[in-house]
Design a protein. Structure first.
Length: 69
């Protein structure tokens, strides 16, 4: 993630979402690398949770949810 100097909340949201995507991609890649089934489950669950959080940030940016209006 970048260290943004702007006060624009949407810019910060996009930056955080970008960092989440990078972490999600890394977790998914590591699932195929590690041998430990518990670690695989942890990485998969973490990726799914972070994907949900990323969706929440996206909805904020788009103003889709009633709470963000």
């Amino acid at each position: 993630m970048k260290d943004l100097q702007t006060t624009d909340a949407k810019a910060h949201s996009e930056n955080i979402r970008s960092g989440l995507k990078e972490l999600i991609d890394h977790l998914k890649k590591d699932i195929s690398i590690v041998d430990d089934p518990k670690a695989k489950a942890l990485f998969e669950t973490s990726a799914e949770v972070l994907a949900g959080l990323s969706t929440a940030f996206s909805h904020y940016e788009e103003g889709k949810e009633e709470a963000w209006k």
